[in-house]
Write a protein that binds this ligand. Structure first.
Ligand code: MLC
Ligand code: AMP
Length: 511
């Protein structure tokens, strides 16, 4: 493996710490042989050769809805190496949702699980994407193409301003937007986080997050790679398996649900975490109570950080110093945060609550094929409007106190009410609906639909849930549907979701 990736900004940095350590173990995964650094990268190179043979040219999108596997990690790296733009999709998305993404992104290649290939072939065909398959064990037509591919021709040249990934995020308008992240965006964030969180080649990170979202891909994977660390690779989060892996690990990254589920596990003891140095939480607010319970039980203060798909990570509690419950810490080095009046844009002072804005090398290039939408979300000077409400204290600690955007975060997954409301409103017997998030002990927030029926024609809760079941991903589906005669509105006619959230806060006994 003497090939140089020097012209490929992100891939060369991700691979540099592996050089000279080809025989060392990069990842252990249940039921699979350990993967060495050498095999990781030779597999990635062969993936790159297969993608190039399938017609992927620099800048082309490589869309992927595949189960989590080490081959899927190699596919990500292979897409970068051949200059492609990696576009991962949640495995929970339905064929209807996938059809939208393929149509919008126009990928050259779409990789999916063989079990889904038939259901997705029409959408892929309509988007003129070639279908290749990859299953959870790493087999499929992509693996065959990889094994038959000509030798790797060398990494495609990619500069820091070239696209590395597109990740779709839903929007408050109900229409999903593809956030375009460049090589430079991802590289700067990975290097900053490596240094801030002190990741080194000695680290062994438990990776139990999905690799189709920012947290598992940009943070967990990229940071470990640029540090030359190793992974304890789990296909999904399972509290038993993670508890059993703790003694062999040095770090864990997770959404708050990981931490609440582990707290309920008898295997979480001080002995089990004796080799751990760092527990990191993000993607949703970590309850202060969880933070406290974790400290008491393990002796470790969870380090909470804050980010978004569009920006990767923006703020983090310090490695040394107080990791404050309820706060996301300080802006990362090189990243600027400010709080403004959401209407006027006026910059607010310490202690004042307002909209949080961010500027820095981590901030994305814009939404795919949506220049107007991109412009709307930025203020002059390159400040991106996050849609989160925050306050920055006199001592510089940043706290996220709410959301200006109508968004529910369930188990770390974002759900935009507008998308669900649109589908429910179209159902027979429904006059209108409001989708809200209510406190839930496991998921933090659970999606609930409040529906007003048309006179004399009320559908049942079961009928509403069934009508949604194969249209949207399971995590977006309301856990409860509640019928009311009328939705509360303010004088402007806007539905007062805060009143609905308050009225139903005890629905799951977690309010
Ligand atoms: C699964 N279900 C969910 C759900 N996950 N429902 C609501 N919210 C979720 N997050 C559904 C299942 O389909 C199932 O439905 C039922 O709920 C119970 O499932 P489970 O077996 O308990 O769930 P599990 O598979 O264990 O998954 C839970 C989870 C997972 C928390 C481990 O959701 C997860 O890995 N979340 C991480 C999300 C993430 O990576 N976010 C980062 C986004 S990036 P049924 O009906 O079949 O019982 C980002 C930027 C940043 O936000 O700052 O990081
Ligand atoms: P996503 O679009 O999936 O990237 O989700 C990004 C959103 O997750 C942010 O805009 C925040 O609303 C939320 N988020 C991420 N980390 C935190 C955190 N530590 N505390 C509160 N909210 C968070």
């Amino acid at each position: 493996m003497s090939t140089s990736y020097a012209a490929n900004a992100l891939a060369s940095a991700l691979r540099a710490p592996s050089l000279g350590r080809e025989a060392e173990i990069f990842a252990e995964a249940d039921g699979r042989p350990d993967l060495s650094f050498g095999d990781l990268w030779s597999g990635a190179e062969r993936m790159a050769a297969a993608l190039a043979a399938a017609g992927v040219r620099p800048g082309d999108r490589v869309a992927v809805q595949a189960e989590k596997s080490l081959e899927a990690v190699q596919l990500y790296l292979g897409a970068l190496l051949c200059g492609g733009c990696f576009l991962p999709l949640n495995t929970a998305y339905t064929p209807e949702e996938i059809a939208f993404f393929l149509d919008d992104a126009a990928p050259t290649v779409f990789v999916c699980d063989p079990a889904r290939a038939e259901a997705l072939s029409q959408a892929a065909e309509a988007a003129h994407a070639q279908v290749l398959t990859l299953d959870a064990a790493g087999a499929g037509t992509l693996a065959e193409a990889r094994d038959a591919a000509p030798a790797f021709a060398g990494a495609a040249a990619r500069a820091t301003d070239d696209l590395a990934c597109i990740l779709y995020t839903s929007g408050t308008t109900g229409r999903s937007k593809g956030a375009m992240l460049t090589h430079g965006n991802l590289l700067s964030n990975a290097l900053t986080l490596r240094d801030y969180w002190r990741f080194t080649a000695e680290d062994r990170l438990i990776h139990a997050l999905p690799i189709f979202h920012a947290h598992g891909l940009y943070v967990a994977l990229n940071v470990t790679l640029v540090a030359g660390g190793a992974l304890i690779f789990h296909a999904k989060f399972d509290a038993d398996a993670v508890a059993a892996a703790l003694p062999r690990a040095t770090a864990l990254m997770g959404v708050p649900t990981f931490y609440t589920r582990l707290l309920a596990h008898p295997g979480l003891t001080r002995d089990a975490v004796a080799n751990m140095r760092l527990f990191i939480s993000g993607s949703a607010p970590l309850l202060e109570e969880t933070h406290r319970q974790w400290s008491e039980r393990t002796g470790h203060a969870i380090l909470e950080r804050y980010g978004m798909t569009e920006t990767s990570m923006n703020a983090s509690n310090p490695y040394d110093g107080e990791r404050r419950p309820g706060s996301v810490g300080f802006p990362l080095p090189g990243v600027e945060l400010r709080v403004t009046d959401p209407e006027s844009g006026e910059i607010l002072g310490a202690g004042e609550i307002g909209g949080l804005e961010v500027r820095g090398p981590n901030v994305f290039k814009g939404y795919w094929r949506m220049p107007e939408k991109t412009e709307e979300e930025f203020r002059d000077g390159g400040w991106f409007i996050t849609g989160d409400m925050a306050v920055i204290g006199e001592d510089g600690y940043v706290s996220i106190v709410g959301r200006a955007k109508d968004l529910v975060i369930s188990g770390g997954y974002n759900v935009y009410p507008k998308e669900i409301e649109g589908l429910i409103d179209d159902l027979p017997g429904v006059l209108e609906s409001a989708v809200i998030g209510v406190p839930h002990a496991d998921f933090g927030e659970a999606v609930v639909a409040v529906v007003t029926p048309q006179a004399g024609e009320a559908p049942s809760e079961v009928a509403v849930r069934e009508a949604l079941s194969d249209r949207i991903a399971k995590y977006k589906q309301p856990k409860r549907v509640i019928f009311v005669e009328e939705l509360p509105r303010n004088t402007m006619g806007k539905v007062q979701k805060n009143l609905l959230r308050d009225a139903h806060k005890d629905l799951f006994g977690a309010g």
